[in-house]
Structures are given as C-alpha cells and as structure tokens.
Design a protein around this ligand. Structure first.
Ligand code: NDP
Length: 293
C-alpha cells in the first residue's frame, strides 16, 4: 500500500476559490469587503513571512488586510488600548495579535481583549467555550485545517477511532472538540502517555491519527494502523529541511492518506484564518441588522 498524499496547497486553493466567491457575494450585498487587521509588536523575520502569506491569501480572496506594526517598546497597556480602538471601529471586522510578542506582553491576556466577534484566530476564551456548546463558527485555525484535510479524504468520522497526539491549547484540545462534534471516538495522548509507554498502543488503533507535538519521527511508520488517515501537524527544522512528527516514508507504506510536511496542514491554516474573518464579518453584519447570513 502507498498512501495518497493530501496536498495542502491544492486543498488551500480550492478553499480560497470558494471563499472568493462568498466574499464577492457579501461585498455586493453590503457594499464593502471584510477588513482584517493583524497587530505586530516589533518586527520578527518568521512572523513577517506568515504575515506575507496572510496578505497573499487575503488579496486573492478579496478581503481587505492590514498589518499594523507597533514599536518594539510598546507596553501591554498600549497594545490593549490599540485593540480596544479596533474593537470599537465598525470598519474593522477581524483582529489578530501576531506572535511572538516581546516577553513583557502576555499573549494570553491581550488576546482576550479582542472582541469575541472579531477574534480572527478563534482563541478567545469565549470562542473556545462556544466550541464546547457546538458553536464552531469561529475556531482555532490549525484544528480547522486538520478537519478540512480529513473532510477532503471523504471518510466519515462517525464511530471512527480518532487519536490525537499532543494536547496543546491551540491544537490538540480544540481539535478533540471538533472531532467529538462529528461523533468520532476521541483519544488524546500527551507526554504522560509516552512516559507510561502506551503511545504505540493508542496510535496503533487509530483510524484517524493526528500528531501535533514538535518532535521529529516521534511516530514510527510501523506503529500506524493499515489504512489510517494520518495528519502530521508537527514542524521541525533539521538543518535546511523541515520535517513533521511522523516518519513519512514508513507511514506512507501503511496509511491510506497522509499529509506531507511541509505542504500539508500549513497552507490550509492561513485560509482558515480568512474563513474566520468572513464568519466574523457575517456575524457583525447580522447583529447590525443586515440580513446576510
Ligand atoms: P506545544 O509544545 O504547545 O504542545 C506539544 C504537545 O505535545 C503537548 O501537549 C505535549 O505534552 C505533547 N508532547 C510532548 N512530548 C510528547 C511525547 N513524547 N509524547 C506525546 N506527547 C508529547 O506545541 P503546539 O501544539 O503549539 O505545536 C505542536 C507542533 O505543531 C509543533 O511542531 C508546531 O510547530 C506545529 N504547529 C504547526 C502548525 C501548522 O499550521 N502546521 C500550527 C501550530 C503548530 P505536555 O504539554 O504534557 O508536555
């Protein structure tokens, strides 16, 4: 068996094409395209590369996108002040705070000042709470990208064994809720699962395996159940190359579907940010009385 490789760039393109049509339709109805702002404190090379890919995606879809760069010595209070101004501005529909931030600014604190209905990254505590209640209109982007990859396989999740390795706030935990919403039977593994020597056992019964840890070759190909869907979220730099958390060549021989790293989850993540922006826009328009949703 040789796994079908899930091409993230091709999937991202299909999703962008659909969003472009939606934005054109919305803009016609409301007279303006969604406007999203990304607030960056200081400039950092990696962060700028991500911002560039956001701009490219936004331009393609027809979304207005702005990068606001604040000086490196901006205080937490000044940043919160800026967020409040964007919250109050009716012509700003989505806000995100770019990471990394200078050490004195606490991301977990400032990100929660973003208006829940403008929370581009879906990481606001209120939006995370809404996920528990099954409201998944604005959700964290990486778990959303994982779900799109699974959807692209055409395999239904109902009754399937879904195993997530990694329980971070931004990937593993929210993803477990999204999978549960689709009636998968969900197992979440973490460092203590490995310490207990039980990671292999859980991985081995996964129909759907998602790995988000940040350790190259954590999952040997031989552990994977034949015919599984394997989504590798990990990004690990090894010299000039980037690899995931799954032994790609080994997994290829056993899985039915497999995401590559790079070129798997990453390209879809930025499109999910745009989709959140569009959902945010629709929610704001409907609360203002425009019947567009
Ligand atoms: P975190 O470091 O926040 O979380 C890693 C998780 O892996 C933790 O839950 C940790 O458990 C767990 N873990 C650590 N060691 C082991 C082990 N030996 N066995 C099982 N679980 C273990 O990382 P993120 O969630 O932010 O990111 C994970 C990976 O995904 C990284 O490589 C990151 O670069 C990548 N990533 C990719 C994105 C994309 O768009 N493609 C977006 C976001 C992240 P514990 O906390 O208990 O130690």
């Amino acid at each position: 068996m040789s796994a079908q490789i899930l091409d993230g760039k091709a999937l991202a393109q299909r999703l962008k094409d659909a969003l472009k049509v939606e934005v054109a339709d919305l803009s016609k109805k409301t007279g303006a395209a969604p406007r999203l702002v990304n607030i960056m404190v200081g400039e950092e090379h990696g962060a700028c590369a991500y911002a560039r890919s956001q701009r490219l995606a936004a331009d393609y879809i027809g979304i207005r996108y702005e990068l606001t760069t604040l000086p490196r010595d901006t205080s937490q209070e000044e940043l919160i002040g800026r967020i409040r101004r964007f919250n109050a501005d009716e012509d700003v529909n989505g806000i995100m705070i770019h990471k990394p931030l200078p050490e004195r600014i606490h991301y977990g604190i400032v990100a929660n000042f973003v208006d829940t209905n403008k929370d581009l990254e879906g990481i606001n505590v209120a939006n995370i709470g809404k996920m528990i209640l099954g409201d998944t209109r604005i959700i964290p982007c990486t778990p959303a990208a994982v779900m799109e990859h699974i959807r692209a396989t055409g395999i239904g999740l109902r009754g399937k064994e879904a195993v997530i390795v990694g329980h971070s706030h931004i990937v593993g935990k929210p993803l477990s809720l999204l999978l549960l919403e689709e009636y998968a039977t969900v197992t979440v593994c973490h460092v203590a699962t490995s310490e207990a020597g039980r990671l292999r056992e859980h991985v081995g019964r996964a129909d759907i395996l998602i790995v988000a840890v940040g350790r190259p070759a954590l999952i040997p190909g031989g552990w994977i159940k034949k015919g599984a869907v394997v989504i590798d979220v990990g990004i690990n730099r090894q010299g000039e190359t980037i690899v995931g958390d799954v032994d790609f060549e080994g997994a290829r021989k056993r899985a039915a579907f497999l995401t590559p790293v790079p070129g798997g989850v990453g390209p879809v993540t930025v499109v999910m940010l745009m989709r959140n922006g569009i959902e945010a826009y629709k929610m704001q328009m409907s609360t203002r009385g425009d019947r567009i949703v």
